[in-house]
Write a protein that binds this ligand. Structure first.
Ligand SMILES: NC(=O)c1ccc[n+]([C@@H]2O[C@H](COP(=O)([O-])OP(=O)(O)OC[C@H]3O[C@@H](n4cnc5c(N)ncnc54)[C@H](O)[C@@H]3O)[C@@H](O)[C@H]2O)c1
Length: 455
């Protein structure tokens, strides 16, 4: 059996105040920090925060943000600004996130906009040395994921980042990681992850009237190529309380960005993978306007210091891995994960897990569960982990922009292979497809003139 990994260490890192001072001196400027950076949790220790995308998912952040100084709110819908303005009455209001990010004295940003703007806002915030919590997915193209990661890594000892994969705080994530690394299924060989959500659409919606006066539709489109207004982009699909725009190529990445972000996270947390070397994506017929409902992508990952090469698979929209045993119906798990090892299977979802010993040696003597004293400690409150980090706490947040960019780059490579229609070989260091240069066109997406990732 391979050597298990211990929980991540928590090394004290420089605080933002020191970073601001250093940056200011380096630039020949005098910039005074806006927050009072005492120990995390101290009553005086408040961050000056901009909330960009102020309604919808943002409501889930209100309680965590109320104790802070929310000094700016930004939304393309003025009715949404009015709603959020009642919660944060002192905040200055913006409709354009580019102006909001230049609000004076900002320390941090919480981004809850539509997916096509995430990498833009993340990139601009990092350029301004702002801590940032960004809703999932961090990016909708491989190029975007790589750019955000490249801006984050040189600042990772100074800035707190987190992607909104808050289910990561569930204790089941830790227990699954421990079981895999302590050998519950022998040596890890393959992980299958799936999600059954289906949001089909034949294509972009037809023009349907003028946008309401409260909506800045052009700003809502943002960097995306122009598509005429249709209220359908703003209505919640039946049975799914979010993301009426997410399935269109110019606005999102379909289920890979949506439930893929959450569900792959269960596996990603356990396997210590980075960027795959080969990728396939197979599914329904390609639609140039809409991401696929049904698709399976397969990623080959090289060995690391505790395991051999592994295969990771993502199934969506009805595609499913085969059950290893006939009386376990994987279809009963809407969004789930199955690890296969040399001695068995671990099957689970966000909250549960089951072990199925299987293979030539199933006596469990190979499984060396760690003692209770070495269990991975609970993460605690997910948003608070980021807030505490921004106030000088541990910057090694669970879903920081390195962990999350790697994960979404992998998932988005599945869409690249799907669009290319063949297996791709990928150089993760260079960010290039090496076996067929024509596939590289799918690593990026088109933007409207006037919009740039470089803030
Ligand atoms: N972590 C989770 O569990 C979770 C759950 C739901 C949604 N989300 C994510 O949150 C994000 C928002 O989802 P939603 O369902 O609230 O979407 P939504 O379409 O309802 O929009 C969210 C808010 O942002 C505003 N907005 C849209 N584009 C903007 C822009 N360019 N600038 C400023 N404001 C803008 C909208 O007017 C709205 O108030 C998505 O990226 C989604 O993936 C995460």
């Amino acid at each position: 059996m391979t050597t298990p990994k211990t929980p991540q260490s928590h090394t004290p890192r420089p605080k933002r105040r020191d970073f601001i001072k250093t940056a200011a001196v380096g630039a020949g400027l005098l910039i005074l920090p806006s927050g009072t950076f005492a120990a995390p949790g101290a009553p005086s220790n408040k961050l000056n925060i901009a909330l960009i995308g102020a309604d919808g998912r943002a409501r889930a952040h209100y309680d965590a943000l109320k104790p802070e100084n929310v000094v700016a709110i930004c939304d393309v819908d003025e009715e949404h600004l009015d709603f959020a303005g009642e919660v944060f009455p002192k905040a200055k209001r913006y409709v354009d996130w580019r102006e909001c990010l230049d609000h004076p004295e900002l320390d941090a940003v919480v981004c809850c906009t539509t997916d096509q703007t995430h990498a833009f806002i993340a990139s601009w915030a990092l350029d301004r040395n702002l801590h940032i919590y960004c809703e999932k997915p961090l990016a909708i193209s491989v190029e975007e994921a790589r750019l955000v990661r490249s801006k984050y890594l040189p600042k990772k000892d100074k800035l707190a980042t987190q992607v909104g994969m808050q289910r990561h705080a569930k204790e089941n994530f830790n227990r699954i990681r421990e079981m895999i690394q302590d050998g519950a299924i022998g040596d890890l060989e393959e992980v299958s992850v799936w999600g059954n959500r289906q949001l089909p659409s034949p294509g972009y919606l037809p023009a349907a009237g003028e946008p309401p006066k409260n909506l800045h539709y052009d700003l809502w489109l943002g960097p995306a190529p122009f598509h005429p207004y249709n209220p359908g982009y703003f209505e919640k699909p039946a049975g799914v309380n979010c993301l009426s725009w997410n399935m269109y190529w110019d606005f999102g990445a379909g289920q890979i960005g949506d439930m893929g972000s959450h569900t792959m996270d269960i596996a990603w947390n356990a396997i210590d993978a980075t960027i795959p070397t080969t990728i396939t994506g197979v599914g329904e017929a390609f639609n140039p306007e809409v991401t696929p409902v049904r698709m399976t992508s397969t990623f080959e990952h090289p060995a690391n210091d505790w395991r051999g090469d592994i295969t990771v698979k993502w199934f969506q929209g009805g595609d499913m891995p085969a059950s290893p045993i006939k009386y376990v119906d994987l279809n009963e798990i809407g969004h789930g994960v199955m690890f296969r090892g040399t001695s068995g299977y671990l099957i689970g979802d966000f909250d549960t897990r089951m072990l199925y010993p299987h293979g030539t040696k199933t006596d469990m003597t190979y499984y060396k569960p760690r003692p209770e004293s070495e269990l991975i400690p609970p993460l605690g409150h997910f948003q608070k982990q980021w807030l505490d980090a921004a106030k000088g706490g541990d910057l090694n947040t669970a879903c920081n922009f390195e962990y999350s960019a790697n994960m979404i780059e992998q998932l988005l490579l599945g869409l690249v292979a799907y669009r290319h229609g063949d297996k791709i070989e990928y150089d993760g260091a260079a960010g290039k497809v090496t076996n067929d240069a024509t596939a590289n066109q799918f690593l990026k997406r088109p933007y409207r003139d006037g919009w740039t990732l470089e803030g």
